[in-house]
Design a protein around this ligand. Structure first.
Ligand SMILES: [Zn+2]
Ligand SMILES: [Zn+2]
Length: 182
């Protein structure tokens, strides 16, 4: 039985529940939202004031030891904040094969770009990045097709890619994780 456990950090419970339902349309998995989430203070240990961002790689390393998924399980952490990895201005998310991933929401929010609030657009972007990081966690690499596994440099790229795996990635996922896809 595949499982995905979602942990929020400063993210509305309602958004996480919506994400769980949406992922459930794609993955044949038991998807739950952990009611406690991850304490903000734990994430702030990896906050780098000189960049005003969270060190995503260090946080991933930490969480992968602290939060243990069950057999065939994955963890998805959604952080209301901004993360980076060395060499990049920011990242939408990071992933660890076999464990799960982290998504940072700051650059997914239309308001970050001075646009009016749009919960629908925000959620559509969040779903894509959650699928992308989970895809990595299941063993997928980047894809150049019309596919959620396409690498996104900017929110423009996020908006242009679909919230689904292309036939090539679907076939690969079916091989790597039989029965995972609906
Ligand atoms: Zn990626
Ligand atoms: Zn693909």
């Amino acid at each position: 039985m595949y499982t995905i456990r979602i942990y929020g950090v400063g993210v509305d419970r309602e958004v996480l529940e919506w994400l769980a339902l949406s992922l459930g349309d794609i993955f044949n998995a038991e998807i739950t939202v952990d009611p406690r989430g991850i304490p903000l203070g734990e994430v702030l240990r990896f906050y780098r004031p000189e960049r005003e961002q969270v060190d995503a790689a260090a946080l991933l390393e930490h969480l992968s030891r602290r939060v243990v998924p069950g057999p065939q399980g994955r963890i998805l952490v959604v952080v209301k904040g901004d993360g980076y990895v060395e060499g990049l201005n920011f990242v939408f998310g990071v992933a660890m094969p076999g464990w799960g991933g982290i998504v940072f929401t700051e650059h997914l929010d239309p308001q970050f770009y001075g646009q009016p609030p749009s919960p629908g657009l925000f959620r559509a972007r969040l779903l894509k990045e959650a699928l992308h990081e989970l895809g990595h966690s299941y063993g997928l690499r980047h894809c150049r097709r019309d596919c959620v596994m396409r690498y996104s440099n900017s929110v423009y790229d996020v908006d242009r890619k679909p919230a689904r795996f292309c036939p090539h990635c679907r076939a690969e996922l079916e091989f790597l994780q039989p029965g995972l896809l609906r």
